[in-house]
Design a binder for this molecule. Structure first.
Ligand code: ADP
Ligand code: MG
Length: 474
């Protein structure tokens, strides 16, 4: 492939040696970071020229420039050094002639200089993960509402007519369920579609850190000014703001001022506003005024969808049965699911053959063991009693009315199915019943399950609740 062919800079004043070196560097980047990253970030790079000791590399957009600058510049520089001792530095610039790789991006401004405020915001804000986009987010029932809310906010904030559909947007949910992903997706969309918007994204911890440093240096004015003049303020993991009074106070003022100015605020946390124990009451109630969107625990369908999408992105052809197996067994959160997938794909590449469920069991013993949740008899009794709306004591009582006897049999059946306990042990936990009673219960439920659709559904629901520790699907 002619490396420079598509950019039309083949015949410029750069020596052919330099062109060759550049072409080798591109090949190395592709090898080191893989075709997906290459396509996303490096393909559109153009060698603009050599400026003294620096190779000047053009990219079509500010987004690309910032990202390559932050994440890959050092590597590119090292490659240049290896190719050509005379080149000691690399400059990444926005260059309107650089090839457009076919993803949505802002139109290229001509070699724009970064203004002061922008540079500051970038220092304070956390870097965005290029994988965390709306396009890469798999939507299912548990996260649909949060996804739609995030999209509305991003679209409104990026549109030329400023509007604030709901403010603040408060995203909450358990660990590893995609809150940070959605936050970054909002930020990417705004940065790509309307780079003139001033946006700061950072964690609550970083917010505190910056504030405390400003306090210590007796120099809080720039801090206040910066945070109070942004268009969009995004704070991740807000639960960590708790406790520190002065930071809370500062955040409260920032928050109120931005709200008064009709600026967009987006916050994520692991709990709803009302349950943020360390946060002052006045702050909690203000947070709940806007849109509060819950990211629910994943369902089997969503986990399978995520696995399929990620396997496809990784260009890994894995058997459906294997993906289903993982979606069934790894229910804690999406991060662990991804971890499992990465390990399996790495293993597949290493051994060069198809991965079966059996191989996966060997590769992932720790994740799977953790996932096979230990369920206790007590917990089964409690959940089953809840489900059928009977008293917990009736699990142990001698009452034989159908309304309590049937749920008790269901519970015994689930104990046999889901725990390692022996029949006598199970009987003992059900008011000292004989093990033959347990056998009878198990058989009866097995029979009924085949003919009674409602019971079969009840069993599925209860199993899922017990397997995941969830309180059922949202
Ligand atoms: P949280 O901030 O809620 O703890 P993250 O946003 O960091 O979770 O998500 C953990 C990982 O799972 C990330 O790599 C993220 O991309 C991935 N992930 C979570 N939900 C989804 C989803 N619906 N589709 C695709 N990837 C997801
Ligand atoms: Mg997070």
């Amino acid at each position: 492939m002619a490396q420079m062919g598509s950019t039309g800079h083949g015949g410029d004043g750069l020596g052919s040696d330099i062109q060759l070196q550049w072409s080798r560097i591109r090949t190395r980047l592709r090898t080191e970071f893989g075709p997906a990253v290459y396509k996303n970030w490096f393909k559109s790079m153009t060698l603009v020229g050599i400026d003294g000791k620096a190779a000047v590399i053009g990219v079509p957009t500010r987004l690309r420039r910032d990202w390559i600058e932050q994440h890959y510049r050092e590597r590119i520089r090292a490659f240049w050094q290896a190719e050509n001792k005379a080149i000691a530095d690399v400059q990444i610039v926005i260059f309107a002639g650089a090839a457009q790789a076919g993803e949505p991006d802002e139109p290229a401004p001509a070699l724009a200089a970064v203004n002061g405020a922008e540079a500051e915001e970038r220092d304070v804000g956390a870097p965005l993960n290029p994988r965390f986009t709306f396009a890469n987010f798999v939507v299912g029932n548990p996260n649909r509402f949060a996804f739609e809310a995030a999209r509305r906010v991003a679209e409104s904030a990026a549109s030329p007519q400023w509007s604030v559909p709901f403010n603040p947007l408060f995203l909450f949910g358990g660990v590893g369920l995609g809150k940070t992903h959605l936050m970054h997706a909002i930020a990417w969309q705004i940065r790509c579609n309307n780079p003139s918007r001033r946006l700061i994204y950072l964690s609550a911890e970083k917010f505190m850190e910056h504030f405390v440093r400003a306090l210590r240096q007796n120099n809080t004015m720039p801090f206040k000014k910066m945070f109070r003049t942004v268009d969009i303020l995004m704070i991740d993991d807000f639960q960590f703001i708790g406790g520190k009074d002065s930071t809370q106070e500062e955040f409260f003022h920032t928050f109120n001022e931005l709200m008064d100015l009709n600026r967009q605020i987006v916050i994520s946390a692991d709990k709803p506003p009302t349950e943020l124990a360390n946060v002052e009451e006045r702050m909690r109630s203000r947070l709940a005024w806007g849109m509060v969107a819950d990211v629910h625990p994943t369902t089997f369908e969503l986990r399978l969808g995520i696995l399929q999408s990620k396997a496809e992105q990784m260009k890994a052809a894995l058997p459906l049965r294997l993906l289903e197996f993982l979606a069934q067994r790894i229910t804690s959160n999406v991060r662990e699911l991804e971890g499992a997938l990465h390990r399996i794909v790495a293993h597949a590449q290493l051994v060069g053959r198809e991965i079966t469920v059996e191989v996966a069991e060997e590769v992932l013993p720790d994740l799977l063991r953790k996932a096979a949740r230990r369920v206790a008899i007590d917990e089964i009794q409690k959940r089953v009693a809840e489900h059928y709306n009977i008293k917990l004591v009736d699990m142990h009582s001698a009452r034989r009315a159908r309304a309590v006897a049937r749920p008790r049999q269901v519970a015994m059946y689930l104990c046999k199915l889901m725990t390692q306990r022996s029949l006598p042990e199970i009987g003992k936990k059900f008011g000292g019943r004989d093990h033959t009673t347990v056998i009878h219960a198990v058989r009866r439920i097995e029979e009924l399950r085949a003919i009674d659709k409602t019971l079969a559904e009840d069993l599925d629901i209860l199993k899922r609740i017990l397997e995941t520790g969830e309180r059922g699907a949202p």
